[in-house]
Write a protein that binds this ligand. Structure first.
Ligand code: PLP
Length: 384
């Protein structure tokens, strides 16, 4: 903990519970990859990976080689799929024995070539998953060309084709028509590969929402990210979807560092965007946009203090945020304030603050900066 009293609490047990819930709803022969890219969606990839290893996660997904290296150097043993594409130049780490411990996403021959060279150099096969674009229009080989393309990959005899996957573009929409089309294209490709006797061990497509909404998308591996952190993966448009028992893992907390009586009619903060309507008490919290608590929350967000909601007043600045506490008795400097999480009977969720800020929860979580120390709650014992 730093001396500045602003911190995030990460409940690793909640993450383990969410993972086990996903495991309980997919078929017994379907593996659950834990997606922990972007520093575990801001929760801390190393700690999340360790917690998931305790509940026997079979695979982890990260976005880049750097993220994968960080995990291995921290002692993580689980297979790791790098979901992003590496550049066809591994020069800076060529020959590093860590390289063959990773599984690479491949969708260009140049990357296949460089991995093949590396595998030969290290005399160790390298595992790859081929990414197929069935409609996202981003990373991946277009599905129409994929069967031939994968056949051509046979020339790279030091690469072990372990998986094939795709990613959905519109899972968040009420109309699942285009996702069903993507599933159809992917299934057609898998059948073609079966016929050509090129089956792969892992076939995967589903992110969190697909885990919940579309069992037909599970194939034999799913890739949930946001739901592992206890965040409801759908936008408000889908609020009528049957809720699933997710446990929120992330809380954001601070303490009052300054408190003063403020008369009616005073303008608060940069630009004086808030004017007190009565004599009140205004508390200063040592948190601001430098911590990832966005300016967009100015005069919109609420926080919890002594089990009661208090409004954010004035503009959120880089390091400080003001709250009106005039309606709460006994408030003192040093009181704990919950900006995300629960206190007493009250709760402010990531979904709430993201909505107030006009962001998506993914963005909000990834935006909490490194200045905010993460404090971990103990995770389950391996016996769980
Ligand atoms: C390729 C891939 N798979 C899975 C996920 C996990 O998605 P979600 O966090 O919506 O479950 C992501 C996240 O963006 C992704 O890029």
């Amino acid at each position: 903990m730093t001396l500045r009293p602003t911190w995030a609490e990460v409940n690793l047990e909640a993450i383990q519970r969410n993972f086990l819930w996903v495991k309980s709803v997919v078929a017994a022969d379907t593996s659950v990859m834990g997606v922990i890219k972007a520093d575990g969606y801001g929760h801390g990839a190393i700690e999340v990976a360790k917690a998931l290893e305790q509940v026997e996660v079979p695979y982890l997904g990260v976005s880049s080689l750097d993220e994968a290296i960080e995990l291995r150097q921290a002692g993580i043993q689980t297979p790791i799929l790098i979901l992003g594409s590496v550049l066809p130049d591994l020069h800076p780490i060529s020959g590093d024995p860590l390289l063959p411990t990773f599984t690479f996403t491949v969708c260009t021959l140049d990357v296949a070539k460089i991995l093949q060279q590396e595998a030969r150099k290290q005399q160790c096969p390298i595992r790859i998953h081929i990414k197929v674009d069935t409609g996202m229009g981003r990373l991946g080989v277009w599905y129409e060309q994929a069967a031939k393309w994968i056949k051509d990959m046979a020339q790279f005899d030091s690469l072990q084709l372990e998986g094939i996957y795709t990613h959905f573009a519109n899972m968040d929409e009420r109309d699942i028509h285009s996702t069903l089309e993507q599933i159809g294209r992917f299934s057609w490709l898998l059948e073609t590969l079966e016929v050509q006797e090129m089956p792969t061990r892992y076939r995967h497509a589903a992110n969190s929402l697909a885990v919940i909404r579309l069992p037909a998308s599970h194939f034999n591996m799913v890739r949930p990210g946001i739901m592992l952190y206890g965040v409801w993966p759908a936008s408000e448009d889908l609020s009528d979807l049957e809720q699933v028992p997710l446990s929120p893992a992330f809380s954001l907390k601070s303490r009052i560092v300054f408190l003063k009586h403020t008369p009616e009619g005073r303008h608060l903060g940069y630009g004086g965007t808030y004017t007190t309507q009565r004599s009140t008490r205004i508390a200063t919290l040592p948190i601001g946009y430098g911590d990832g608590y966005p300016v967009a929350l100015s005069n919109k967000a609420k926080v919890l203090l002594r089990g009661v909601q208090a409004p954010v007043v004035g503009k959120v600045s880089m390091d400080q945020t003001l709250i009106d506490v005039g309606h709460i008795s006994g408030v003192q400097v040093g009181d704990e304030v919950v900006l995300i999480g629960s206190q007493g009977e009250q709760q402010i969720s990531i979904e709430d603050v993201s909505r107030w800020a006009g962001r998506i929860p993914y963005e909000f979580l990834c935006g909490i900066t490194q200045r905010v120390p993460r404090v971990y709650c103990p995770s389950l014992t391996p016996a769980y």
